[in-house]
Design a binder for this molecule. Structure first.
Ligand code: SF4
Ligand code: SF4
Length: 135
């Protein structure tokens, strides 16, 4: 069994494609939607775990790309430089899994590596570059 976590990015034109159904039906892939932020007629993001034979996985990815959906594998561990973080909270607005959250009592931003799926959305959102991908 081949399993990968991927980030799918949909454009205004592709947000309503029935891709998950087709991945299961035509490519025999088992899917687990880890998070989806789908907005009608807007750019949307879905984080998926896909499992199946390696051949079917690659055929499924090719299908997605042919539909105009951007596919990014999740490969890196994400780290936070706690000496740089200023706890502004900007990353919590983009984190799809709530790996970054605000502790209300202290307004401290907490980072759970266990909940992080490595989508890297927080890296762009952080104004002081405290979030980093480790290679
Ligand atoms: S966006 Fe950056 S500085 Fe702000 S809380 Fe998140 S990691 Fe810290
Ligand atoms: S990479 Fe950043 S935004 Fe993505 S799940 Fe991990 S902490 Fe959240």
């Amino acid at each position: 069994m081949y399993t990968q976590k991927i980030v799918l990015r949909f454009s205004k034109k592709t947000w309503d494609k029935p891709i998950v159904y087709r991945l299961a039906k035509e490519y025999d892939l088992v899917f687990n939607i880890l998070k989806a932020s789908i907005f009608p007629k807007q750019e949307s993001v879905m984080i998926l775990e896909l499992s199946g034979t390696e051949e079917n996985y690659h055929r499924g990815i090719e299908y997605l790309m042919n539909k105009g959906i951007t596919v990014e594998p999740i490969e890196h561990d994400i780290e936070r430089d706690d000496t740089t973080c200023i706890h502004c909270g900007a990353c919590t607005a983009v984190c799809p899994t709530e790996a970054l959250s605000i502790k209300r009592e202290t307004m401290e931003v907490l980072f759970s590596t266990e909940m992080c799926v490595g989508c890297e959305l927080c890296i762009k959102a952080c104004p002081v570059r405290a979030m980093k991908a480790s290679f």
